[in-house]
Design a binder for this molecule. Structure first.
Ligand code: VAH
Length: 313
């Protein structure tokens, strides 16, 4: 049985749906800090309100349900973490520690995401290597690097089967992201359909790695099922499907909505975060060690996003 924290989030709500399809409704216990009002996929199976800062409650839930896999997604993302750094440290690190302790005690496999946000301004920005300098200048990045190290420690010290990916910006139409820097690449599709216009808070020419959510969900499932003997790395694999800047996604949308236009009103806080991250990372290790292979490029993602969103807007 799988225990998922942060199940109502952008990744969580889709991972719950996929794992319940793969493993059966009752084998995925979804948890989040609040009740799933109006989230039919999460509401369709076992759900518990859980504050990941409460380690005893998490362990109790895992024992009671014979959990053998812990997927820990609850965290504050980059932009909101810069507004509330102390809360971000407490939630991102205590939550992770509690999830790792739970996995250690019940002997469960473990997954938690890292991010391109784990890299910093002196990390090589183009084709960023799997193993390189990691001195992030955001609280989010500090918690991600610390998280990677803690997860590797739990593997080497206690034998917990920890696995992780460094997610790029994730784009999806089912659940809005919360408080990220890459969220402009989600907002733009909603605004293109609502107003045929978008004002980007990230400036022209800012390249960041991105991925469509179906590829992200496939990557988590593939890594969790990968042969552990083939894993040279564990926490945490670079993965990416594409790298683009605002003008690229504007042009991609214009192929379907020709009169869509965009202007800029740059948010200095989120621009500062974006500037500290890589332009494009190298995902060779993930491809070689567990067959990572994304299938959506920018135009294919744009076509699917606009098609799925048009009925809802
Ligand atoms: C954020 N979407 O913007 C998240 C992610 C790589 C970006 O970590 O914080």
């Amino acid at each position: 049985k799988v225990l998922i924290t942060g199940a109502l989030g952008q990744i969580g709500s889709e991972l719950v749906e996929r794992l319940r399809k793969d493993l059966g409704e009752d084998n995925v216990i979804a948890t989040d800090i609040r009740k799933p009002e109006g989230n039919p996929t999460v509401e369709s199976g076992p759900f518990e309100v859980l504050d990941v800062n409460d380690g005893d409650a998490m362990l109790e839930l895992a024992k009671k349900n014979n959990v053998d896999t812990v997927i820990h997604l609850a965290a504050l993302l980059s932009a909101v973490a810069e507004q509330k750094p102390q809360m971000a440290w407490n939630l991102n690190m205590t939550g992770l520690y509690n999830a790792l302790e739970t996995a250690r005690i019940v002997d469960a496999e473990f997954f938690a995401p890292s991010s391109i946000g784990a890299f910093g301004p002196n990390t090589p920005k183009d084709n960023t290597p799997q193993d390189t300098i990691m001195r992030p200048t955001t609280m989010y990045g500090v918690t991600k690097v610390a998280g990677e190290l803690l997860e590797d420690y739990y593997y080497t010290k206690f034998g917990v089967d920890t696995r992780s990916v460094r997610f790029p910006g994730l784009i999806s139409y089912k659940t809005l992201p919360g408080g990220g820097t890459t969220d402009y690449a989600v907002d733009i599709y909603y605004e293109a359909l609502r107003k045929k216009h978008y004002t980007s808070f990230i400036k022209e020419g800012s390249y960041m790695d991105m991925m469509y959510m179906p590829d992200a969900i496939d990557a988590v499932v593939k890594l969790l099922n990968a042969d552990p003997d083939k894993l040279v790395h564990r926490n945490s694999f670079n993965i990416t499907a594409m790298s683009f800047e605002p003008e690229d996604i504007k042009k991609s949308i214009q192929k379907i909505i020709p009169d869509f236009d965009m202007d800029y009103d740059v948010d200095p806080a989120r621009q500062k975060i974006a500037d500290s991250w890589p332009n494009s990372i190298d995902a060779t290790a993930a491809k070689e060690e567990w067959g990572f292979s994304p299938s959506y490029d920018l135009d294919k993602m744009t076509a699917d996003m606009l098609d799925k969103l048009k009925d809802r807007i």
